[in-house]
Design a protein around this ligand. Structure first.
Ligand code: MSP
Length: 514
């Protein structure tokens, strides 16, 4: 099955921050899961490079906008590759192919009679790249998000006739599976119920944008251009830029994963634009929550923004991925807490999973000739660990497609906890001292090792690096074409050599400047 998923296209006004890394990591886990279950995945990410915000940043830095964009885009690409992000396409909206696509799309929308000229007056936030409806303070209004002054605009623009799509959009957002999670639906429904107004899609005061054909001096509004980046990415398969090809290239997207602040653009404006151009709308839009740090909003002025480049350098990808995906319900807001981050990584990954693997392989090597012990006892009923492993696999396979990373991670952890419990209950270190008990010990160790193998396999989409290290210790390798088969109980080969144990996860130690 074809499965297209997207992150937002990040503004290049600044280097990546934890918010952008968060969405990208989550999408990466989803993309990896979908590939392992044999979907035909196109995972799209990229950057949004036009608009006044970026134009001004470049001016402030005394460089040309394109030099600025090249620099920050490279930084994004480099970070994603160091995070081991498995994107299939990285789109830049300054790519000349994108201009071709925007022009084609615009012609379609125009041919539908959806472009009109009009006068746009109102308060604009350059940080949000958005007109604000009703500022509280009419004299000197501030953007409630950026706390910066709004700018008054009064200009002749081209408008997209969004108001014509009122009933189609109402029908679309009434579908239960279009906006996820359910908690985000009402906000969009309320917005649409107030009545959709046409929105301006061109600017006359912004030179750093794509020119509107036939309207000298006008550039496209950055959001009109940016959303189309998803389509440019899909058509970037070696073929031509031709909107008619889209439906053979993975469109419509299965899910656009975005932050809650840009839900309106994706769930209302975007589908209307697509309908106007005679193209299918995305299947769903998932609006995740916002991250705070130690209870505070992250912001440049507060100096508390978490830098994903530093996090990666200091703690490694596994630790950060685990914390973000396991601790925060994807969809809800979440708070990054340093102490909790250390505790979870140390307890879950270093102790529960890492030590389990280490002590079990050590015992197996010591008593069973450096290899996986024989699985000798024939019992009619299934072992509890086998049943727990099966239930865990079912939970992971049910939760991951719904972006339920927390529930999936917790289920995997519970399997490791159960395996630790089995080891403690059966105490092979004492039993081994009793005569004639070797086969029972062999069996106990086998089922714990087998559970650990399943933990390693199930972690593959969430923590691909740690997963590989766990499997290495068991002399196993992920076979991406047969992941579901590999998850069947009993896949661990008795007699297979076990390598010398090495810790798979370093403990994090609190240091002074953290
Ligand atoms: N360029 C637009 C998206 C265009 S998509 C066609 C944009 N870019 S952004 O860089 O400002 O934001 C990218 C994403 O980061 C958004 O989904 C936003 O919600 C998310 N986040 C920004 N701050 C965040 C947190 N503090 N926490 C979690 N996500 C956050 O908007």
């Amino acid at each position: 099955m074809s499965y297209t998923l997207t992150t937002p296209l990040y503004y290049v006004n600044d280097k990546p921050h934890l918010g952008s890394a968060y969405t990208t990591l989550a999408c990466d886990a989803l993309a990896r899961f979908k590939r392992l279950t044999q979907d035909d995945v196109v995972f799209i990410t990229g950057v949004d490079e036009h608009g006044q915000k970026i134009q001004r940043t470049a001016e402030q830095n005394n460089i040309t906008p394109i030099d600025h964009c090249d620099k920050i885009s490279a930084r994004y690409q480099d970070l994603w590759s160091r995070w081991n992000i498995s994107e299939d396409r990285f789109v830049r909206t300054t790519n000349p192919r994108h201009l071709q696509l925007v022009e084609q799309f615009y012609e379609r929308v125009k041919a539908s009679g959806d472009i009109v000229t009009g006068r746009q007056t109102g308060w604009y936030c350059v940080g949000c790249e958005e007109y604000k409806d009703d500022p509280d303070d009419a004299v000197d209004p501030l953007c409630p998000i950026h706390q910066k002054n709004l700018e008054w605009r009064d200009e002749e623009n081209l408008f997209f006739r969004l108001s014509r799509y009122q009933s189609e959009i109402e029908t679309l957002i009434a579908q239960d599976d279009f906006i996820a999670p359910a908690s985000r639906r009402q906000e969009v429904r309320n917005f649409v119920a107030r009545g959709l107004r046409d929105f301006s899609i061109s600017r006359v005061n912004v030179s750093w944008g794509l020119p509107v054909p036939g309207h000298p001096g006008h550039t496209f509004y950055v959001w009109f251009d940016a959303l189309l980046g998803y389509l440019t990415a899909l058509l970037d398969d070696g073929g031509s830029v031709d909107l008619d090809r889209l439906e053979h290239c993975g469109w419509p997207a299965s899910v656009h994963v975005i932050g809650k602040d840009i839900l309106r653009f994706h769930a209302v404006f975007w589908p209307a634009m697509l309908l106007s151009a005679g193209l299918p709308v995305p299947k769903s839009v998932f609006g995740h929550g916002f991250l705070t740090r130690e209870g505070q909003k992250m912001g440049k002025s507060l100096g508390n923004v978490l830098d994903p480049e530093l996090l990666l350098e200091r703690y490694g990808a596994d630790a950060v991925r685990w914390y973000l995906l396991r601790d925060i319900q994807f969809g809800d807001d979440g708070d990054f807490q340093q102490q909790r981050f250390y505790d979870l990584v140390n307890n879950d990954l270093a102790n529960t999973i890492g030590n389990l693997l280490n002590r079990t392989t050590s015992m197996a090597r010591k008593w069973f000739d450096d290899s996986v012990p024989p699985n000798v006892i024939e019992i009619e009923t299934k072992y509890p660990l086998e049943l727990i492993a099966q239930a865990t696999i079912e939970t992971v396979c049910r939760c991951m497609p719904e972006l339920g990373f927390k529930a999936a991670s917790e289920a995997i952890l519970q399997l490791a906890i159960a395996a630790n419990g089995h080891l403690n209950d059966t105490a092979p270190w004492s039993r081994m001292k009793q005569p004639g008990q070797e086969h029972v010990v062999a069996n106990d160790l086998y089922i714990v090792l087998e559970s650990t193998r399943i933990v390693g396999l199930l972690l593959a989409p969430l923590l691909p690096d740690l997963s590989a290290r766990i499997l290495d210790q068991l002399n196993c390798r992920l076979d991406p074409e047969h992941w579901l088969d590999q998850l069947r109980w009993g896949g661990l080969t008795s007699g297979a050599e076990l390598p010398k144990p090495v810790p798979v996860m370093q403990r994090l130690e609190l240091d002074e400047d953290s």
